[in-house]
Design a protein around this ligand. Structure first.
Ligand SMILES: [Zn+2]
Length: 157
């Protein structure tokens, strides 16, 4: 046997037996989340209802109780829909001068529909982002207890 011959797969510096083989590419995780699929395996469903995520993936068992999408999805939806609707309103008002009630009749349903269409995929993308970045206990380490953090000015040591 030669000195540089290897018996198995390629070993890289820093590899350990306990290193997780599962990678978490950011773009793929967000894309899977936006398609309402589990960011980890891409096959299990991510939502059990409109914007309520499942507790665990039915396919791979990934725990989704760690997700903390909170206000990010509605904030992003408001930003996107606001630019489309306000831009559309201003552009059409230049071409066809309509009355206020005609603009309301056009843009109110578009606003509601776009918001409903975008909210679930954007929330899925936010969960995919959190999973890829191992936020909020998606990694092996749970979130630090907020009560354990000393308050400002609380210097007992
Ligand atoms: Zn899964």
């Amino acid at each position: 046997m030669q000195a540089n011959e290897t018996s198995g797969g390629t070993q890289h510096f820093g590899d350990t037996v306990t290193a997780s083989p599962a990678e978490r590419p950011l773009g793929r995780s967000i894309k899977r989340g936006m398609l309402s699929r589990c960011p980890a395996c891409g096959t299990g469903r991510l939502f059990k209802s409109f914007v309520k995520p499942v507790e665990n993936c039915a396919a791979c068992g990934e725990d989704y109780t760690h997700q903390r999408a909170d206000d990010l999805p509605p904030y992003l939806v408001i930003t996107i829909v606001g630019h489309i609707v306000v831009g559309g309103y201003m552009a059409t008002d230049l071409v066809w001068p309509l009355t206020t009630w005609q603009h309301l009749a056009i843009w109110t349903p578009i606003t509601i529909l776009l918001s409903l269409i975008l909210l679930q995929p954007i929330k899925g993308g936010a969960i995919g982002l959190q999973w890829a970045l191992k936020m909020h206990g998606f990694g092996a380490k749970p979130d630090a207890d907020e009560d354990a953090t000393p308050a400002y000015g609380d210097r007992t040591a």
